[in-house]
Design a protein around this ligand. Structure first.
Ligand code: SAM
Ligand code: SF4
Length: 318
């Protein structure tokens, strides 16, 4: 599948729910989401599978499940099992907060999940509880151990840097790479809940380079990856820096997103969405709708104009 700029689109990120068992302060409101709105046009798992099948038949070979928290969606194991059986699927991954991983890891692996990204902003129990509004760090650490044990690897930890909160833990997080875990620092984006944050919370992940001695830049292996990678001498894991706002990896972009309500988002930073759920229910030729939509994928994002997307991250999955 190619877009009008000749980019090959082979990566689909699927948000399975906008619900979550945490309430991270930069992502979701404390009261959670409006149940009535979110349930109105949520895709069933059968519909989600059908859309994924069409995408795979058109050339998508890498699928990432995300959310909200994907592991709170009932039926996720069966969905992964079915997607794994589709001819052409090379990799199934997931982005999760890791809370349910200890219990679900083996079933996910058996169903066909290849590896995971786990979001973790701090290694201190009290700070974790604060930023997630009640989460238990020990649960996430158990999840990481389980994922390592059963081989859902290489594990990537995603840490959002929040000024005055976890910028004093950069070295401790980087040290996880000595255990073979990749650690990626993501700059806080001023969208959703974070749009109310004070300016000093938004810090450049250049701080990682300034604070950590001995980081060696690596040659980029995957041009479509948004991360720039470094390595500590002797460590087997990598340190990744992701700057979602100023960093432009648009020319090598290979991804599109499907929301839990069946909207196709061609660019994370655009408000434009195509309602594939409706097209499916109306009996339209889905492959044609997908191909036509992909052709209109934005060339690049224009965040320098300070236009941010309207949705919260729990709705689009990051
Ligand atoms: N619940 C799962 C998790 O936390 O990994 C998956 C969904 S979550 C929306 C995906 C990623 O988006 C997480 O790593 C989270 O830290 C990140 N995120 C949420 N809000 C953000 C923001 N305002 N700026 C940057 N990253 C954000
Ligand atoms: Fe939930 Fe992930 Fe958002 Fe945290 S970042 S509230 S875990 S969806």
């Amino acid at each position: 599948m190619k877009d009008s700029f000749g980019r090959k689109i082979n990566y689909l990120r699927v948000s399975l729910t906008d619900r979550c068992n945490l309430r991270c302060r930069y992502c979701m409101p404390e009261e959670g989401i409006d149940n009535k709105i979110s349930h109105q046009d949520m895709l069933t798992l059968e519909e989600t599978y059908n859309l994924i099948r069409h995408f795979v038949e058109l050339g998508i070979d890498k699928i990432r499940f995300t959310g909200g928290e994907p592991l709170v969606r009932k039926g996720i194991i069966e969905l992964i099992e079915k997607v794994n059986k589709l001819e052409g699927v090379k990799e199934i991954t997931m982005t999760t907060n890791g809370l349910l991983l200890k219990d679900m890891g083996q079933s996910l692996k058996d169903a066909g999940l290849n590896r995971i990204n786990i979001s973790l902003d701090t290694l201190m129990e009290d700070k974790y509880k604060k930023i997630t509004r009640g989460g238990k760090l020990s649960k996430v650490l158990e999840g990481i151990n389980e994922a390592t044990r059963i081989g859902l690897t290489p594990i990537k930890i995603n840490s959002v840097l929040v000024g005055g909160f976890n910028d004093d833990e950069i070295q401790d997080l980087v040290n996880l790479t000595k255990k073979g875990i990749d650690v990626r620092f993501i700059e806080l984006m001023p969208i959703g809940e974070a749009s109310n944050f004070a300016q000093e919370k938004f810090i450049s992940n250049h701080r990682v380079i300034e604070d950590v001695e001995g980081l060696i830049p690596m040659v980029k292996e995957d041009p479509s990856s948004p991360a720039k990678y470094y390595r500590l001498g002797g460590a087997t894991g990598k340190v990744g820096l992701i700057n979602p706002i100023t960093c432009k990896f648009c020319t090598d972009c290979n991804r599109v997103r499907l929301t839990s309500t069946g909207r196709l988002k061609l660019c994370l930073h655009s408000n434009r969405e195509i309602d594939l759920g409706k097209a499916l229910r109306d009996g339209e030729d889905i492959k044609k709708v997908i191909l036509n939509s992909i052709w209109t994928k934005e060339e690049s994002h224009h965040l320098e104009e300070n236009k941010y997307i309207d949705r919260n991250m729990n709705q689009i999955g990051g």
